[in-house]
Ligand binder design. Structure first.
Ligand code: SF4
Length: 362
């Protein structure tokens, strides 16, 4: 061996090994912890963390029927896959179902529903689809035609929230799980602060919500970073849909998302810290909170005489679509919309930064 060759070998040093198993070559740096780890260890820690969150927070009881809100996007696809695995591995004793909402968006939801139909076969989970057309008599395409692209996500988000509950009732499930991840929750904390929405701020970090409503909802990915979900889906070659909704505008949420991403780049723990701050907020007892009742028209949970969906629907049916639009905070929780990735791997940044859906619970 020549002197120069030996020197360069020495400079390179031995191949670095996975910092968990110390056996295999690392293939990724965990965004959450910055550990260099191999694929096998990544699967293990990713799944184990979700299992621990599930157990510690008592998300499920054995024998429960659980619907997974499935949009065909990466979050809900990974959720369906991981929850099926954990259910088998740890004997959760759950009956799992996929629940999808068809908003009636041509060229977007019809395509993503095809992905969910394949997931139904791949994971062996029965699928229920409920459509806006059947529930409300309107598709989003028809709504956008009438109202334009300004408040479309408000309609879509309000309608989706109820549609999920109605679908869950059809399936007779005990719980509904959604693929909200840590980034989504941090972003929602920030948005609720920016909007002074104390009622939402007080509950947006809860891992289970709606225990006083028709169907409790859980977020098993509450502490799971979006980047890791993207990597998991990519390495596992999961079949998911990665195109953005054609009606997605929501610039305000987009700014909040970009801000969170910038913070994460500087300090990855920022996401968990924002969630922690949200959890630790204490609402002053003097703050007036909305009182929950039921909608006089449809019986759905509402703090007003009519629920938001009935008000919006009335406006549409009377040709007054601005009715009910105003200081609405309805379509404010994120969606599960994705972007194209290159053959060389997922473009995490592009997926994150373009996720601007203002829809409710996917
Ligand atoms: Fe509905 Fe989301 Fe599309 Fe808005 S971006 S119209 S909330 S699916």
């Amino acid at each position: 061996m020549e002197a120069g060759e030996a020197k360069s070998k020495k400079a390179e040093g031995p191949p670095r090994l996975c910092c968990i198993c110390n056996l295999r070559r690392p293939v990724l740096k965990r965004p959450k912890t910055l550990q260099q780890i191999c694929k096998e260890c990544f699967y293990e820690v990713f799944e184990e963390e979700i299992h621990q969150v599930t157990v510690k927070n008592h998300l499920f009881k054995s024998g429960e029927r659980v619907a997974i809100g499935a949009s065909g996007g990466k979050d809900s696809t990974v959720l369906a896959y991981v929850l099926s695995e954990l259910n088998r591995r740890h004997n959760y004793g759950l009956d799992l179902f996929l629940l999808s909402i068809d908003e009636g968006i041509t060229g977007y939801r019809d395509d993503s529903l095809e992905t969910v139909k394949r997931n139904e076969v791949q994971y062996g989970l029965p699928l229920q689809i409920v459509s806006y057309k059947d529930l409300y008599g309107w598709t989003m395409d028809e709504i956008v035609k009438m109202i334009g692209l300004k408040n479309n996500c408000t309609f879509c988000g309000v309608f989706r929230r109820q549609a999920l509950d109605r679908g869950a009732a059809l399936l007779k499930v005990d719980k509904l799980v959604t693929g909200h991840n840590a980034d989504d929750i941090a972003e929602t904390v920030l948005l609720n602060i920016l909007r002074g929405d104390i009622a939402r701020l007080s509950r947006c970090t809860s891992i289970t919500t709606g225990e006083d409503g028709p169907i409790p909802r859980c977020k098993p990915f509450k502490y799971t970073y979006e980047k890791e979900i993207v990597m998991y889906a990519y390495f596992k070659k999961l079949d998911y849909f990665s195109t953005e909704c054609i009606y997605s505008p929501n610039a305000y949420r987009g700014f909040a998302r970009e801000f969170i991403k910038d913070l994460e780049r500087l300090r990855p723990k920022a996401i968990l810290d924002i969630i922690k701050s949200g959890e630790d907020f204490r609402i002053a007892t003097t703050t007036k909170m909305p009182e929950q009742g039921t909608c006089e028209r449809c019986g759905y949970i509402s703090s007003q005489k009519w629920c938001k969906a009935c008000v919006l629907l009335e406006g549409l049916n009377r040709g007054l679509p601005k009715m009910g639009i105003g200081r609405s905070r309805a379509g404010d929780v994120n969606g599960d919309h994705h972007n194209k990735e290159s053959k060389s791997g997922p473009s995490v940044k592009s997926i994150e930064s373009r996720k601007q859906c203002g829809s409710l619970d996917f």
